[in-house]
Write a protein that binds this ligand. Structure first.
Ligand code: NAD
Ligand code: DAU
Length: 353
């Protein structure tokens, strides 16, 4: 079976490729990725010589790029990870999010529809987020039936892509499934996202920016568990269905940051606590207060549940980033430095004034 994995050079996509190549010897992977600032082929270095893995550079929003790959390889299924994925970047520049996440998903669906024809075996799996549901208050959790209510240009563009996938399923009888997952953490995550960013700031002994009062809550899932959920849904999920995926692991941001300070300090045998680096900065506009996933559907119907508990996952993650300092330094490009200074210098300044 030949799978087209889009966005496979990013965080979750590259973890998924490693996972699926390892556990399914019958699978061949075509990794189709534009290699934006977030795409990094170093993540897949060890697969370069694997005959079941091929990389093609291309843009999901360019019909010709997508057609070329379908023409060249007989594709049996698509898993669409490709996206602009960072909320803060979507606030600084929303249009690239609309282009890739909405137009890109539409282009991919449209080409897949043509090539898959009426073959009901050929599945299109769209990777999405719990952010499409908007914000929760102190209680409750997102179910598959929760109405969409996105707050950021990122989550609105992901909501748009989910609607398109469902619409192509209903209108053109395509075999589609969607997974909406909570916050992932683990190896190969770009250091603009909370956990790897904070680890890097602690190592460098620099201010750690915490938005607002750090009271916002996210429901964390170790990336390997997400990959296992995607595998289950791709092979066993029901046509036309959506599955929520989450770790049953709600944490306040400030608790995560404190924990990371303590874990890194211990590992580096530091005498002074890095908690002194914590700096409360201006809040993210439209910042969703809390996310929590009800994962009872995927648990009941497909037998998936998270296996890595939060404390164990965080220790493994800290260890990975400390051992892979070169990976972090290599991915921090000029583009990232520009984004970081725009983002944080303003936030830090506004906090002090
Ligand atoms: P990421 O930013 O690390 O990786 C995205 C990848 O997509 C990169 O390799 C990038 O080069 C590629 N890409 C971007 N635009 C492209 C385009 N036009 N054509 C082809 N490739 C393109 O993202 P991630 O964190 O790995 O997220 C992957 C998917 O999972 C996204 O769809 C995201 O919305 C979703 N998701 C992420 C999380 C999370 O916590 N990170 C949680 C739930 C869902
Ligand atoms: O919920 C799933 C989503 O999780 C995915 O769809 C997104 O692709 C992914 O980026 C992630 O979005 P978040 O906005 O929740 O993740 P981020 O790591 O950017 O922020 C996590 C929380 O930490 C959030 O409440 C904002 C806060 N934060 C973030 C950064 C980068 C800070 O306080 N300081 C920071 O420097």
């Amino acid at each position: 079976m030949r799978l087209l994995i889009t966005g496979g050079a990013g965080f979750i996509g590259s973890n998924f490729i490693h996972h699926i190549i390892k556990v399914r010897e019958d699978i061949e992977v075509i990794n189709f990725d534009k290699l934006t600032y977030a795409g990094n082929l170093n993540n897949l270095e060890s697969l370069k010589v694997n005959t079941r893995y091929t990389f093609i550079k291309g843009d999901i929003a360019e019909p010709k790029d997508v057609e070329d790959v379908f023409n060249k390889y007989e594709i049996d299924g698509v898993i669409n990870f490709a996206a602009e994925s960072h909320v803060d970047r979507s606030i600084l520049g929303p249009l690239e999010f609309v282009r890739t996440n909405i137009m890109g998903t539409a282009t991919l669906l449209d080409v897949a529809r043509k090539y898959f024809g009426d073959d009901a075996e050929k599945r299109f799996h769209h990777i999405s987020t719990d952010e499409v549901f908007g914000a929760l208050g102190d209680s409750g959790s997102f179910k598959e039936s929760t109405p969409y209510d996105p707050s950021s240009p990122y989550s609105a563009s992901k909501a748009g892509s989910d609607h398109l996938v469902r619409a192509y399923g209903r209108t053109f009888d395509m075999n589609v499934v969607i997974t909406n997952c909570s916050n992932n953490y683990g190896p190969y995550q770009f250091p603009e996202k909370l956990i790897p960013l904070v680890i890097k700031r602690i190592v460098d002994e620099k201010e750690i920016p915490v938005y607002g009062k750090g009271e916002n809550v996210r429901d964390w899932l170790y990336v390997e568990d997400h990959c296992k959920a995607i595998e289950k849904v791709f092979f066993k999920g029901k046509n036309g269905q959506t599955y929520n995926v989450g770790g049953n692991s709600e944490k306040k941001n400030i608790d995560i940051v404190n924990l990371l300070c303590d874990l890194v300090d211990k590992r580096l045998s530091r005498d002074i606590s890095s908690r002194k680096l914590i700096t409360f900065v201006k809040d993210r506009p439209g910042h969703d207060f809390r996310y929590a996933i009800d994962n009872s559907k995927i648990k009941k119907e497909l037998g998936w549940e998270p296996e890595v508990n939060f404390d164990e996952g965080m220790k493994k993650t800290v260890e990975w980033y400390l051992e892979n300092g070169k990976w972090v330094d290599d991915i921090i490009s000029g583009d990232y430095r520009k984004f970081f200074s725009k983002q944080y210098k303003e936030r830090l300044k506004s906090d002090r004034s």
